[in-house]
Design a protein around this ligand. Structure first.
Ligand code: NAD
Length: 261
């Protein structure tokens, strides 16, 4: 636990499900003020809010499409109006769909880029404007992926978006370091969330993914939430511009395991 997170206000985008929901619950345990952004699916949000309050934190939910400029502005404004501050922004909202690249429609390309990259930019920009205006030495965390470095056929829009998130994170980190604002990324490997639900229901596909992970298991959202809590805390006060890989070793060339190669 990180005592300096108590009473801090954190905005988490796409926090109705999966990793975002686990982050919301973790910051609740840290007794933070949690702003849960959700898009279309509100299922489970009330339960998350109740659990956060039970753990000693505070929480509200805000509907909004992170690829929409006005929505991103309204979400940050709501955090301020409700809790009087905004100290931590976690741009977690994301989506993917599998399509061979030569068949990928411009519409599908735009949707994924708009949510994963432009959404993270809008969330970062609004957080930066707020932090600069209120002289807050805050923390911004962008949810990237191992696919910011691992190519992934049939997911060119997704890999392009996460590669973009990587460079956006590094550039913003450098640009706002003089203001004491830290900007970092988290790159999860394969995590047990709704984004993967269909794939992991198929035992063969699940096994194929597990083989890519030296630690031998698919990660849980709470393991990513723990990384987010540390990165946001003052324990990480000198850390900016990194992508922290939480991937069970997936990016360490697992085919070389056992001395192959
Ligand atoms: P998820 O599908 O449970 O979560 C994504 C959330 O983003 C959903 O709640 C969805 O409603 C929300 N969202 C989608 N479009 C939105 C929009 N326009 N505005 C606001 N919210 C929107 O899946 P997850 O695994 O929890 O994904 C969270 C993040 O982690 C994503 O950025 C994803 O790319 C990244 N990630 C996940 C994995 C994994 O294996 N699960 C691996 C690497 C990276």
């Amino acid at each position: 636990m990180y005592p300096d997170l108590t009473g801090k206000t954190v905005v988490i985008t796409g926090a109705a499900t999966g990793i975002g929901q686990a982050i919301a619950l973790r910051f609740g345990q840290e007794k933070a003020n949690v702003v849960i952004n959700y898009h279309s699916n509100h299922d489970g949000v009330e339960e998350t809010i109740a659990k956060i309050k039970e753990a000693g934190g505070q929480a509200i939910d805000v509907q909004g499409d992170m690829s929409n400029e006005e929505d991103a502005q309204r979400i940050v404004q709501t955090a301020h109006d409700t809790f009087g501050s905004m100290d931590i922004m976690i741009n977690n909202a994301g989506m993917e769909n599998e399509v061979p690249s030569h068949e990928l429609s411009l519409d599908d390309w735009n949707k994924v880029i708009n949510v994963n990259l432009t959404g993270a930019f809008l969330g970062s920009r609004e957080a930066l404007r707020y932090m600069l205006k209120h002289n807050i030495k805050g923390s911004i965390i962008n949810m990237s992926s191992v696919h910011e470095i691992i190519p992934w056929p049939h997911f060119v829009h997704y890999t392009a978006s996460k590669g973009g998130v990587k460079m956006m994170t590094q550039t913003l980190a450098m640009e706002y370091a003089p203001h004491g604002i830290r900007v970092n990324g988290i790159a999860p490997g394969a995590i047990n969330t709704p984004i993967n639900a269909e794939k992991f229901e198929d035992p063969d596909k699940k096994e194929a993914v597990t083989k890519l992970i030296p630690m031998g298991y698919i990660g849980e959202p709470e393991e990513i939430a723990a990384v987010a809590a540390w990165l946001a805390s003052s324990e990480a006060s000198y850390v900016t511009g990194i992508t922290l890989f939480a991937d069970g070793g997936m990016t360490k060339y697992p085919s070389f395991q056992g001395g192959n190669g």
